[in-house]
Design a protein around this ligand. Sequence first.
Ligand code: AMP
Length: 393
Amino acid sequence: MSRVLVVNAGSSSVKYQLLDVHSAAVLASGLIEQIGEREGRARHTTGGADFSATRPIPDHAAAFALLAAAFADHGPDLETDPPVAVGHRVVHGGTRFQAATVIDDDVLATLHDLTPLAPLHNPANITGIRAAMASFPGVPHVAVFDTAFHRTLPPAAYTYAVPPDWRETYHVRRYGFHGTSHQYVSHRLAAILGRTDVAVVVLHLGNGCSACAVLDGASVETSMGLTPLEGLVMGTRSGDVDPAIPFHLARTAGLTIDELDAALNKASGLKALAGENDFRTVSARAAAGEPDAIAAIDVVVHRLVKYIGAYAAVMGRLDALAFTGGIGEHSAALRAAVLSRLTVFGVELDRAANDDARGETRVTTDGSGVAAYVIPTNEELQIAREAMALLRG
Ligand code: AMP
């Protein structure tokens, strides 16, 4: 009895995995997308077999009905052998939820109250949880928060120097995100290093990007803030900008709050600098010598180097670095560009290891001043483990 169904519900998609927590084996996985569009798509994979369907999926209730039917028709059978829990990824837990939590009506109401802090993400998570609870009523549902790992941020790191009313009444502070990934990767890194008293920087680089300084297993600094907009340059998000830029554009170009929000969240980052947000394509264009792609990657790398240096200073030392996420795990060129700029730490890239990295791989030489690793993230396994740990007390 160690199977957990992990669910990640977005506004138009539901991703899921059925995991065996003890063996870390994925027993089934699937993706339901284009919910609410004219034609929805569902894919369910189990034991090497792949099942897919294309049909209208009007809402999350229909998506979870399809998910339940996929398990009933193609296995594994959840009716006679239900999972111990359904674990839900929830983006924002505010200060109210600092650890995994069994979901009941009160928790759902509090999650709803947190919506102003995560207007893009939490409503979809809540809709998904409600639909999942209706489809799997006999099983405990557990919320695992992207913000929770950052509960250990010290006040000096999470406090914005803004008026007291903003902080006290409107909960304006830094929360940080990608916590489940930073926790999983930093624990793996400590296991590889064979010590828990380590000062490491985890770089989660995917469509969203964030850095996290982890000291002795605890998050002490991270690059995302009140929302996932702050910090590194991302696919479509600007990351750090002068907060006066929106005022300037509102006054001079007449942009509205919604237009500014959309521009910084959806039309900035790589997309703004190189015309597209897919790092693989931008990287290929840079390799072919296209100046705007080269310049865009320079901005990405510069920001990363700046954060790594700052985090080493914050922790007082730096023992190791980890790259994860779609870009961190797969782009040898990006890793090489970042690591070769870290001469101040005596970092020495192992070019062959970096080029051939597969799975957990050290990409620096034995003599490197700081070790760097590729560590594939596994947020689903981390969510499943936390749900299980909570239920086992
Ligand atoms: P994620 O959000 O973690 O799925 O990461 C998505 C990002 O990873 C996208 O920008 C992809 O272009 C990028 N990515 C995936 N595979 C590669 C690759 N082989 N080389 C460079 N970037 C990649």
